[in-house]
Design a protein around this ligand. Sequence first.
Ligand code: ZN
Length: 301
Amino acid sequence: MSERRNTAFAPAPRFAWPNGKRCAVVLCFDVDGETTAFSESDRHSASVTLLSQCRYGPTVGVPRLLGLLSHLGVTGSFFVPAWIAEKYPRTIHGIAENGHEIAAHGYRHEKLPTLARAQEEEILLRSREILQRVSGLAITGYRAPWFEHNPWTTELLAQHNFLYDASLMDDDVPYRTPSGLIELPHNWMLEDWEQFAFHGDPPLGHPPEDCGKVRELWWREFEAMRDFGCCMLLTLHPWLSGRPSRVRMLEDLIRDMKAGGDVWFATAGEVARYFAANPQARREINFELLTPAGQSRHGQS
Ligand code: ZN
């Protein structure tokens, strides 16, 4: 937590966060469980041990992470394939009973680019209905499995009254898509898959990273996102980040983030609703402000 020099680059905040907070942090938990293997390939979905590793998420990782969130007094957003909700209803009840958000994430974590529009729409509506029935919560958010959209996905979500999506990567604060949907962008750096996912055969991921290195990667991005007024989505998979030393690392990280009292810990839905009610909170990028007065070579107005 080094103090920055007072000559450091300090651009205007990208967003005006509530109550004078400097940034927002959204803790996202993608409860993919066995659907990770199903959607990767037939070979993966036949691997008993890989499936057992994935199953650790909904059965052990989620309860442990719910305990951590409760201990730290923060809420998160849980993106759940509906197949998981049908197989592990008690896990879903635990998430809902502890005041967290549940959002849609496919049925069996289908890769959207393999689907026609009608298939994608059918899965979207069926998975939302299942999540609502099992959780008792209204489902207003969505994240595409593997984060990959089809060209029509945001339009489909808006058409069916979803409030927000959290899959794209073209900003670091919320924005409105042309279809009217709110987008909460993220990036691969703030994802645990690249750090911790590994399986021997069938081969998956990379040898797991050291928790200290991952904490440093995420802390550095957090510090800069706070200074620049951004919205930080940290994406965690309970079958990876529910392991003991990683839970300890998350505890240290979140506690340090909270220590300054200048961070808004919110669910994705809360951030989307805040932006919907306060569209002026987003500060659009203005290239004119980058150019000293009278020196524009392109004559843009
Ligand atoms: Zn996923």
